[in-house]
Design a protein around this ligand. Structure first.
Ligand SMILES: *Cc1c(COP(=O)(O)O)cnc(C)c1O
Length: 371
């Protein structure tokens, strides 16, 4: 049997009884929009993360967009982020016509580099004609958080808000605290392939701020005020389906165990693949959620061809940094602007990673890579 890149079937076989029971209950009560499972999920997730409020929503992208809407971001506002991420991170800035300023990554974690962030913020702070500096969106790439203490120090110094893009890192931790608890607000995704995924699109936003929470609840339902037909601001249809909340509640029953299993899988890979490949660096104060297990090869095409010949899937996250994407050509990015992101984008590729990957399958994958 072929080895899948992500095995959602193995997971489903473990939680099938819980899913069936929850879906049956849902079909019984019939509240498909904002049913009781949505509130139950929000309570489960906020207590898991250790943050006061959780607002579930329609996708990870909307989870990033809604806080920016709450902050009132628009033309003239400057937001800093990494170019080595999924398009959605910077897309939401562009949707609101605010300005994205990219900052290159740390060579080992591939996350935004705090020292480079400070340089960029300083440059913009010294020149207000470039726009008003407002916030930073660090990304917890592949499941590992960047150095949030260092980022927070810079943000506080310059009066910036921080929004954590934890789409790939639900279940990760930094200095003993869970991802989605860093910054002023955090966004995650429940796209099926993420560490915590539903059976469709979904996302959630986390914050300790009552004011942010109130704005998000309103924006999620068309900017509603006291009731649905009293609209106090422009919002979106950003709700999570009750059905997806039910699926996520079932998955939360085994989620911590799965994070443990992912870490075992990653440890086994790293032991076997070094030193031929550059394996992921995990900072000593971090636990990764391993959304991806990504390695560097001098000759990536050759390594991926060896996997393909053995019928083993692999993928490239990400082949093109955002400053080189046509979608962002208005920003004037060009080759050479962010050399680390560009170099990593040329060498990186990801191999199968999920909690149920067996040692035997891993040995086969490694054998193909070692040829
Ligand atoms: C997946 C992802 C998103 C978007 O999530 P969707 O649920 O697909 O909208 C945003 N940021 C990052 C870093 C992601 O990996």
């Amino acid at each position: 049997m072929a080895i899948p890149f992500i095995d959602l079937k193995a997971q489903q076989s473990r939680i099938k009884a819980s899913i069936d029971r929850r879906i049956a209950k849902l079909l019984e009560h019939g509240t498909y929009i904002m049913g009781p499972e949505v509130a139950e999920l929000e309570k489960t997730l906020s207590s898991y993360v250790g943050v006061k409020h959780c607002v579930s929503c329609s996708s990870g992208t909307d989870a990033l967009l809604m806080p920016l809407m709450a902050y009132g971001m628009g033309p003239g506002d400057v937001i800093f982020t990494t170019p080595f991420t999924f398009i959605a991170t910077a897309e939401v800035i562009a949707i609101l016509r605010a300005k994205t300023v990219f900052v290159d990554i740390d060579e080992r974690t591939y996350n935004i580099d705090p020292a480079r962030l400070e340089d960029a913020v300083k440059r913009y702070a010294a020149n207000p004609s470039l726009g008003k500096i407002r916030g930073v969106i660090p990304v917890d790439l592949f499941g590992q958080t960047p150095d949030y203490d260092a980022i927070k120090t810079i943000a506080d110094r310059y009066g910036l808000w921080v929004m954590e893009d934890a789409a790939q890192a639900f279940g990760a931790s930094y200095k003993g605290k869970k991802s989605c608890s860093f910054g002023d607000v955090a966004a995650t995704s429940f796209f099926p392939a993420k560490p915590l995924g539903c059976y469709g699109d979904g996302g959630a936003i986390f914050t300790n701020s009552d004011e942010m929470h109130k704005a998000l609840v309103s924006i999620r339902v068309h900017g509603q005020g006291e009731d649905k037909y009293n609209n106090v601001r422009v919002g979106i249809n950003g709700r999570l389906d009750t059905m997806q909340a039910a699926i996520l509640l079932a998955k939360m029953e085994i989620f911590d165990e799965e994070i443990g299993l992912r870490n075992q899988v990653a440890d086994r890979y790293s032991k076997m693949l070094q030193p031929k490949y550059v394996t992921p660096y995990v900072a000593p104060d971090c636990v990764s959620a391993w959304a991806q297990y990504s390695i560097l090869a001098e000759n990536r095409a050759d390594a991926m061809a060896k996997l393909k010949a053995a019928n083993i899937p692999s993928a490239v996250y990400y082949p093109k940094p955002l400053h080189l994407q046509d979608a962002f050509k208005e920003l004037g990015g060009k080759k050479g602007d962010f050399p680390l992101s560009e170099r990593i984008a040329e060498k990186i590729f990801s191999i199968p990673m999920h909690p149920y990957l067996t040692a035997e399958d891993q040995a086969m994958i490694v054998q193909a890579l070692m040829q």
